[in-house]
Design a protein around this ligand. Structure first.
Ligand SMILES: NC(=O)c1ccc[n+]([C@@H]2O[C@H](COP(=O)([O-])OP(=O)(O)OC[C@H]3O[C@@H](n4cnc5c(N)ncnc54)[C@H](O)[C@@H]3O)[C@@H](O)[C@H]2O)c1
Length: 258
């Protein structure tokens, strides 16, 4: 049986997912359409997505998860989320994870090692998770920054610590760049267990995440250095492939989790 997929968002991640699906990268998965942003009419609406798809894939940002997500799951469709930071909001989290009848699925996105953390969470205790993320300063400029802050960031000659805190603080200030922090909190089953630091590093040619998870079943030291997306230097080239891999697993249950 074919798994029908619609997408919200056709930026760096969404357009690559669409390309991969159209090229047959996930046998048994068919793209029914992409919901455009605002007035960019393509003749495919959110209602069409609900009518045609088994799974709606969000690749449009944290705001779009709140805008569309509850309507997807309440219509009995599955929602595959890339903007995982949206789940920092407790009422949205409940609507998406608990209320159904559709399921909310989370991509592994730009990170590795989430499988070990979820296994440790299921069978043991997560003591502490730390994550240090480094990105090029230009990829971390935000609309709320004043001119002086932007200039200091863009002309910095050494690493600048931008923010230290938990998932909610990070996603509020850097919504496109800190979804991995929320992914770690969900994998660890505890929103209070993750301590994150975001660093603007002029020497960082690639985005990197260094995760240390201390658990009763082991300590996991995970370093991921991501190639940038060719279409958006602030986004990781790995993410669309993580989304497609997830869809492939849904469509063709292989019995393997690797
Ligand atoms: N889980 C992870 O590891 C991870 C990693 C990177 C990015 N992300 C998330 O993925 C999102 C998309 O990343 P990207 O690099 O493709 O961003 P992007 O800015 O290149 O593309 C986002 C696209 O979504 C569209 N969009 C925004 N709001 C919309 C709406 N309401 N309806 C329809 N379309 C809408 C925009 O027009 C744009 O085309 C990011 O905002 C981030 O939250 C997650």
């Amino acid at each position: 049986m074919t798994l029908k997929v619609a997408m919200i968002g056709s930026g760096a991640i969404g357009s690559r997912v669409a390309e991969l699906l159209d090229a047959g990268a996930a046998p048994g998965v068919e793209l029914t359409g992409v919901v455009p942003h605002g007035d960019a009419g393509t003749g495919f609406s959110f209602e069409d997505a609900l009518d045609t798809a088994d799974v709606v894939v969000e690749c449009a940002g944290v705001g779009s998860v709140a805008e569309f997500g509850p309507r997807v799951v309440s219509a009995g469709k599955d929602l595959l989320v890339t903007s995982i930071g949206a789940l920092c909001d407790a009422s949205l989290r409940k609507a998406l994870l608990d209320d159904g009848p559709g399921r909310t699925l989370l991509t592994t996105g730009a990170l590795g090692g989430l499988d070990a953390i979820t296994a440790a969470c299921a069978g043991g205790t997560i003591h502490r998770i730390t994550v240090e993320s480094r990105k090029l300063p230009a990829a971390l400029i935000q609309p709320w920054m004043d001119g002086g802050t932007k200039d200091r960031l863009l002309t910095a000659s050494h690493p600048v610590e931008l923010l230290r805190g938990g998932p909610a603080e990070l996603i509020k200030a850097f919504p496109k760049s800190t979804n991995v922090v929320s992914a770690l909190a969900l994998a660890g089953g505890d929103w209070g267990v993750v301590e994150a630091v975001l660093i603007a590093d002029p020497a960082a040619r690639k985005t990197s995440h260094h995760v240390t998870a201390e658990t009763s079943l082991g300590t996991f030291d995970i370093r991921v250095t991501n190639e940038a997306s060719p279409n958006n230097p602030a986004s990781s080239a790995l993410v669309p492939h993580a989304v497609v891999r997830g869809l492939k697993t849904l469509a063709n249950a292989s019995g393997s989790f690797i």
